[in-house]
Design a binder for this molecule. Structure first.
Ligand SMILES: *[C@@H]1O[C@H](CO)[C@@H](O)[C@H](O)[C@H]1NC(C)=O
Ligand SMILES: *[C@@H]1O[C@H](CO)[C@@H](O)[C@H](O)[C@H]1NC(C)=O
Length: 199
């Protein structure tokens, strides 16, 4: 029995190592090809800084709906077909395709982590965090957007914009499967009077 676990462990860690080597190959080969084979023009109509979820959407719309010239600047590498499989997302956490941020030590959270510091996975790749977040979309806190725009837009207006993007551009669906454990966690959060996000 023990030897069976050993074999499983061996196979699994070999796969993880192969995948890690693969991400390094993708990252550095892209760095080299971008450096030597892409010409940068002296002038653009727009420069998009960061090709994460938002930057990629803006770039796509500029490319398909306008004739503006634009440059997209991204610190991470380009993606490739294998990296498109959502099930592989968790393998990117902590990899070279992740900014590898962590929180400051938490007083009320991250109790299972060393020094109560949680990892904050953020994609360093074209597509950004949408590449490694298990296809979960999370609306920001609307009050913060109101603040960022110096109250130029109301909560209702910003919520409408979110709804438009989520429906027409991101094509979001509700989760298709939910386990009993998830139901229990949500019920517990409600019992503890945690607010629903996005309000
Ligand atoms: C872009 O340019 C093409 C060719 O000049 C033109 O037919 C088209 O209408 C332009 N599109 C927009 C959105 O301006
Ligand atoms: C949203 O942000 C506001 C202002 O910072 C804060 O009072 C509120 O608790 C936040 N809501 C959630 C659900 O985090």
């Amino acid at each position: 029995m023990l030897s069976l676990y050993c074999i499983q462990f061996f196979i699994f860690s070999t796969c993880v190592h192969i995948f890690t080597v693969f991400t390094y190959l993708v990252y550095y080969s892209d760095l080299v090809t971008t450096k030597y084979f892409h010409e940068i023009q002296p002038e653009y109509d727009y420069i998009i800084v960061g090709s994460g979820t938002a930057g990629s959407i803006i770039a796509h719309r500029l490319a398909t709906e306008t004739n503006y010239t634009f440059l997209v600047v991204e610190a991470g590498s380009r993606s490739n077909a294998l990296l498109e499989a959502p099930v592989l997302g968790p393998f990117f956490h902590g990899s070279i395709l992740d900014w590898q941020y962590e929180t400051v030590p938490q007083e009320y959270a991250c109790f299972a982590m060393k020094n109560n510091k949680c990892k904050l996975a953020q994609g360093k790749i074209i597509g950004g965090s949408s590449k490694l977040n298990n296809m979960i979309h999370f609306r920001g806190n609307i009050s913060h957007y109101v603040e960022w725009f110096h109250e130029k837009f109301t909560k209702e207006f910003i919520t409408e914009q979110f709804e438009f993007v989520e429906k027409n551009i991101l094509h979001l669906n509700d989760m298709q499967y939910q386990s009993e454990l998830a139901d229990a966690v949500l019920a517990a959060a409600e019992e503890l009077k945690y607010e629903k996000l996005g309000t």
